[in-house]
Design a protein around this ligand. Structure first.
Ligand code: ADP
Ligand code: MG
Ligand code: MG
Length: 374
């Protein structure tokens, strides 16, 4: 048996799943975990697939807490969707108890059902797709809106504490550890000028104006499984970062990653464009699918887009000043290119803010959320 199959087979044995192992392979999509698909022959001659995933122990310092969070969320959703005919994510129990297996090297594994008949996309191809993806994240948000946030652990502490990220950037700009500051004075100033923006959501949350919810925190298009035939969203996956958080960050990150057609490290900044029809489709899908959003939350969505874009720019620039330690780079200056893409996008959001606010207001007011333009 080839080594990959052998790995999949032996890990699969650690979980309580039905059937006889007949094959396995790695899924290359995804950048964080190592993911395998395992095939099992059932008693009736049919084949069933499972996902076996090794959690990235570098990103997640406490992988067992990650599994516990995912367990809470998947069980909460399953209780609502059981018998509905819909596909949703579930984790299988491990033979030694719990929902994970820790191997000899201390790596933590878990096993999911395979969401069948679907595929995920890396780049948005149409407004319909944007709408579907946003609906899926909105639906997810809505399904967990009555789940107690205190039951989840903050697996990446201060993940979206933008002021803390800002403070760290200022520290690096002050000590300039590898003498890169001279080349990025303009970028540092741009971000510095937006210190107040960075604090907006966190202070609204602290003031009790925005509810802390269970949020997804990795609202990328490729974490939505779409029906291969109909193109409709089936469910969201990749729940490792579910944590207490704000809806505005989830929506904002979806907008940040799905409205511009340019790559995150594009060097030709003229390609970076805040596509309003995409934004419109995202806002419509998200708001319509999540009726539990409060008026204040809906009002915070556009701020969320700006704050998360600022936050990501801050993180890339901090990493650049620290010597590219956190984000993987393949060429000199790649992190700086990433900073510039985010800054360009943020500038466009600022220019089009009134338009964005108007769209959100329109969908919040109309229950049907019909598109009036495209
Ligand atoms: P990462 O954190 O590495 O992005 P994901 O959980 O998103 O990990 O998994 C990586 C890829 O594996 C996904 O993009 C998807 O293609 C596939 N995948 C993950 N879970 C499932 C599942 N339950 N059913 C089908 N495919 C899945
Ligand atoms: Mg993923
Ligand atoms: Mg992930």
């Amino acid at each position: 048996m080839p080594p990959v199959e052998e790995t999949v087979r032996s890990i699969g044995q650690e979980f309580i799943i039905d059937g006889e192992f007949i094959g396995g392979s790695e899924i290359e999509a995804g950048h964080i975990n190592v993911t395998y698909v395992a095939r099992y022959l059932q008693m009736d001659g049919s084949e069933r697939r499972y996902i076996l995933q090794c959690i990235n122990g570098y990103v997640f310092k406490d992988p067992v807490a990650v599994v516990r969070n995912v367990e809470r969320v998947t069980q909460h959703i399953a209780a609502k969707l059981e018998g509905s005919g819909e596909q949703y994510l579930k984790m299988y129990p491990a033979r030694r108890g719990g929902h994970f297996y820790e191997d000899a090297k201390g790596r933590v594994w878990r096993c999911y059902n395979f969401i069948e008949g679907c595929r995920s996309y890396d780049v948005v191809e149409s407004t319909e797709q944007a709408y579907e993806a946003a609906s899926a994240f909105g639906r997810f948000q809505d399904l967990v809106s009555d789940l107690d946030v205190a039951s989840l652990v903050e697996t990446i502490p201060s993940f979206h504490h933008t002021p803390m990220r800002f403070a760290r950037l200022m520290d690096r700009a002050a000590d300039d550890p590898i003498e890169r500051l001279a080349g990025v004075v303009e970028e540092v100033q741009f971000l510095k000028d937006r210190k107040e923006l960075g604090a907006e959501l966190v202070s609204m949350m602290k003031g009790g104006l925005l509810p802390v919810r269970v949020t997804h925190n990795d609202t990328k298009l490729n974490n939505v499984m779409m029906d291969e035939r109909s193109g409709q969203a089936v469910c969201v996956i990749d729940l490792d970062t579910v944590m207490p958080g704000l809806a505005a960050y989830d929506f904002g990150d979806l907008v940040r990653t799905a409205t511009s057609a340019a790559a995150e490290d594009e060097q030709d900044l003229s390609k970076v464009e805040m596509r309003m029809p995409m934004f419109e489709a995202l806002a419509r899908g998200y708001i319509k699918a999540c009726p539990s959003l409060t008026a204040a939350e809906i009002h915070s969505l556009v701020t969320g887009c700006k704050v998360i874009t600022l936050e990501v720019a801050i993180r890339f620039l901090t990493d650049y000043l620290e010597g590219d330690l956190y984000f993987k780079t393949e060429r000199e200056g790649q992190n700086l290119d990433r900073v510039r893409v985010q800054i360009t996008l943020l500038k466009q959001m600022e220019e089009r803010e009134a338009e964005m606010e108007e769209i959100v207001r329109r969908f919040a007011d109309s229950e049907s959320c019909e598109l009036t333009s495209n």
